[in-house]
Ligand binder design. Structure first.
Ligand SMILES: NC(=O)c1ccc[n+]([C@@H]2O[C@H](COP(=O)([O-])OP(=O)(O)OC[C@H]3O[C@@H](n4cnc5c(N)ncnc54)[C@H](O)[C@@H]3O)[C@@H](O)[C@H]2O)c1
Length: 98
């Protein structure tokens, strides 16, 4: 996360794709909102064990950049995701349809 302060202050011009774990929770949804607000891409991972879709909706609405967000409905413990995810749109669809 060493880039985070630079991103928030607008000093970093590069656009990255960030994986935010717990994106439907309190901290994760605010982090997602902050990153989207400065034009970054976010993949939000959450299994909705305690988080809510409402938190994500609020982050997307407040950021004004919902188009740069992808929801991954899966558990971080599902480690196979990290080997398959970069290459497989099908796997992402599978996660979202759980
Ligand atoms: N208004 C406020 O000030 C306020 C509101 C809520 C919470 N809080 C504080 O925030 C802290 C909690 O926030 P948080 O964001 O750490 O907790 P959280 O429960 O809000 O977020 C954790 C997220 O991780 C997800 N998650 C859990 N296990 C997972 C797994 N294996 N794979 C994928 N996702 C998984 C949950 O579904 C949840 O969305 C507490 O200290 C609480 O008191 C403050």
């Amino acid at each position: 996360m060493s880039y985070y302060p630079e991103i928030l202050s607008g000093k970093l011009n590069a656009k990255y794709t960030w994986l935010v774990t717990g994106a439907a929770g309190f901290i994760g949804s605010h982090l997602t909102e902050a990153l989207l607000s400065v034009g970054q891409n976010v993949k939000g991972l959450d299994d909705f064990s305690t988080g809510t879709q409402e938190n994500i909706n609020a982050a997307l609405n407040n950021s004004g950049h919902a188009e740069n967000f992808t929801l991954i409905n899966a558990s971080i413990t599902d480690l196979v995701m990290f080997y398959i995810m970069p290459r497989s749109r099908q796997f992402l669809s599978l996660c979202n349809s759980r």
